[in-house]
Design a protein around this ligand. Sequence first.
Ligand code: BGC
Length: 254
Amino acid sequence: MQEQQLGFGIDIGGSGTKGALVDLQTGDFIGERIKFETPRPSTPEAVAATAARIVELAEWDGPIGITLPGVVRGSSMLTAANIDASWLHTNIHDAFQSVLGARDITFLNDADAAGLAEVAYGNPQSRSGAVIFLTLGTGIGSAFLVDGKLFPNTELGHLFVGEEEAEKIASSGVKKSLGLSFTEWAPRLEKVLAEYERLFNPSAFVIGGGISRKSARWLPLLEISTPIIPATLLNRAGIVGAALAAHSPDYLAG
Ligand code: BGC
């Protein structure tokens, strides 16, 4: 019998910090997902303490993958739009290792993690061609995937579309804060996707984040010609992708 390969992922988002043990053969969680609110202010020390609580509750002592909502390079975060600005001046590896102990910790962008998870375990259509994976949450995250291989740290949520950044136009956070119906929100998403289409000409968009669960409500309202595929891993994607990247760091280039 093949030995079960396990990994542990933590997904740090604007509102929640979540972690779970992952079966790396199937991409399924083993046991419960553990979730806490992301502390406010969301400083590295406070968030690392929350991550340590999750790992302790899960009784996991192996390597860990951690997603962050910004550009991640090695032990540094280079942007911090939806998290405390103090991350920009922190050695994130040291901050987490001081509470998680000496073990391998891999950091990566949250959308990159979700995109990698979708390629590995999700809709097979995300595995071929020039795919733009988008995750719509508090912000808009993006992952560029060419035949399943990641070009990391693209930040399409911050591309200006007209006068505004894309994530200020069409994230699910904006939908919620402005109280928009799907009919009111869909043209905003259409405007953003049309600009991405104009500039990058992908073979498909794969759209993830919590809102992909309700794709039947907004997908029929979009008219752009590039195929739009709802992601299948929903809220699991970030955690699963983090666990995968920690186990096989060669998924991450750059
Ligand atoms: C950040 C991205 C992140 C996205 C989703 C954006 O504001 O700049 O790095 O992937 O939000 O969390």
